[in-house]
Ligand binder design. Sequence first.
Ligand SMILES: [Ca+2]
Ligand SMILES: [Ca+2]
Length: 249
Amino acid sequence: MERQTGTTQTIVGRSGRQAAVVGLAALCFLGVLSGPLHAQAPAKAPAGATGQLVPLPIQLPKPMFEGTPQNLSVPNLQKPLGRPRDPFLAPAGVTNVAKGKKVASSDTEPVIGELEQVTDGDKKGAEGSFVELGPGVQYVTIDLGATHEVFAVLFWHFHKTPRVYFDVVVQLADDADFKKNVRTLFNNDNDNKSGLGAGKDMNYVETAEGKLVDAKGSRARYVRLYSRGNSANELNHYVEVEVFGRPAK
Ligand SMILES: [Ca+2]
Ligand SMILES: [Ca+2]
């Protein structure tokens, strides 16, 4: 649609109203003919990208609830999209490089479950498929084992029931202690309660789709996710964290 609008504006500038009317009619005609074909065409790579971009090979778990989440009195809450998330494009061959990787945490003795569950590939929303960390600010750190080009971080805190996790911050770094080359990909702690700096991202409701954060091909070995309790209790949970990337050259 953007391209069609641009073409129409060009015609108006060049040849006046009559040409614009003719151009619009032609575009509408073309639109009728090509509309269904366009709808089925695969997503195109943005101009200037190197190599072929394809949708991330995301495999979603079964939803545990349907429809619009119940009313949650949470400020700065993102409105649900009401349809599946658009495909996220990344270079062909990018996979979940976090699967089975080592996980460390601010809570070394989880209340329920084990830290390994953060990267074990089990994304089910059911009981037994999440690790529960203590109250307050807690984080998990995933060691990718080597420097990777990271394109997206996809994570599920909990998706058995609709919840909002607070002060979600996602960071990349070159070291396990997050002192070297720290980059923040997402931060919805807008009042800086967690002390990592105020973020501008919005609160969101957990669903089976998980939360996908753009990492723009950043190079990093370590990925860290923070949270500070949720709308149902003060605890912190992780069902799974996926990091879509490829080994850095
Ligand atoms: Ca898991
Ligand atoms: Ca906050």
